[in-house]
Design a protein around this ligand. Structure first.
Ligand code: NAP
Length: 302
């Protein structure tokens, strides 16, 4: 059996189209578009290319986008003042501070300074709490977990009553997606188990999963014999395992591998995300969705 591929690149296009048409409607009815600011401190090459992609996507869907690049030696106080300025700027609905920050800055203090109603990354403790409560309380689900849930739902996989096993308990993927899948509501209502490095018999937990979500950062960790036949496998892992020359550009690019032994797993699973091209494209997409949602909350139409 060969599993159905869940293509994040295709789902991304679908969602970006939906956002674009909603932005156009809001512009027509209310005369405003979502405003997103990306603050980049320093010149970390990976951060710069990530930010470029965010800006390109924001323009594509019709947002007002501000890229605010600051020098690496900016003081923490100056960054806090800058955030406060955007907190008070009515045309800005989403504030994003690109991580990692230079070592002389306290990341937690910086992220906590963002107005929770503009925290489209969903990392502010208030938004983490809202997510935990669930239902109407939720404002901005963190982007990668939100992307995972969209992929599952849009693939037509039944989540209600499903056994979901999450490998990994990080604050940005494992814990939030576990929390989201157990909430009462559509695309959730699952029975959730979270496994990590101290878990005994991890293979047996994974084997029970109707939906297996793997976010460990260990290439090829999940073996085909850990997968229940027909299960939905979401591989969040992005691991650089080497370099190659791109056929398209002739430039050196990273060889990426997921946390699941993909070639063997696709013979057992019912559906599976590839790496790259699975969960990866969903993160920026969901950032756009959160920014649109932020404007909708402000307009009272969410
Ligand atoms: P993380 O903070 O390093 O957390 C990894 C988690 O996996 C930890 O909870 C760890 O357990 C667990 N783990 C590690 N090795 C394990 C093993 N051998 N057996 C069982 N559990 C194990 O990583 P993360 O930020 O969640 O990211 C995970 C992966 O997803 C990475 O490859 C990352 O690049 C990728 N990622 C992709 C996207 C995207 O596509 N947009 C976004 C975010 C992350 P302990 O807690 O016990 O240490």
């Amino acid at each position: 059996m060969s599993a159905k591929l869940i293509k994040g690149t295709e789902v991304r296009e679908e969602i970006l189209e939906e956002i674009t048409s909603e932005v156009a409607q809001i512009k027509e009815r209310h005369g405003v578009v979502p405003g997103l600011v990306t603050i980049l401190v320093g010149e970390n090459p990976a951060s710069m290319s990530y930010v470029t992609l965010k800006i390109k996507t924001a323009h594509r869907v019709g947002f007002k986008e501000i890229q605010d690049s600051q020098p690496a030696d900016m003081t923490e106080g100056d960054l806090l003042n800058l955030i406060e300025r955007y907190n008070n700027d009515d045309s800005i609905n989403g504030i994003l501070v690109q991580l990692p920050l230079p070592k002389h800055m306290n990341e937690k203090k910086i992220l906590n300074a963002i107005d929770p109603d503009k925290d489209v990354d969903g990392f502010h403790p208030i938004n983490v709490g809202r997510l935990m409560i669930g239902g109407d309380e939720v404002r901005f689900p963190p982007c990668t977990p939100a992307g995972i849930q969209e992929l599952i739902v849009r693939s037509g996989v039944e989540t209600s009553g499903a056994e979901v096993v999450v490998v990994g308990r990080s604050n940005i993927v494992g814990k939030p997606i576990a929390n989201m899948m157990l909430q009462k509501g559509d695309g959730a209502n699952s029975t959730v188990t979270v496994v990590h490095t101290r878990t005994k018999n991890m293979d047996q937990h994974c084997k029970r999963a109707d939906i297996l979500i793997v976010a460990a950062g260990v290439p090829g960790l999940v073996k085909p014999e850990w997968i229940k036949p027909g299960a939905c496998v979401i591989d969040v892992g992005v691991n650089r395992v080497g370099e190659k020359i791109s056929e398209k550009t002739g430039k050196k690019i990273a060889i990426l591998k997921g946390d699941v032994d993909f070639e063997a797993a696709k013979e057992v699973a019912g559906c599976i995300t590839p790496v790259p091209g699975g969960v990866g494209p969903m993160t920026i997409t969901m950032l756009m969705k959160n920014t649109l949602k932020s404007l909708k909350f402000k307009l009272g139409i969410a």
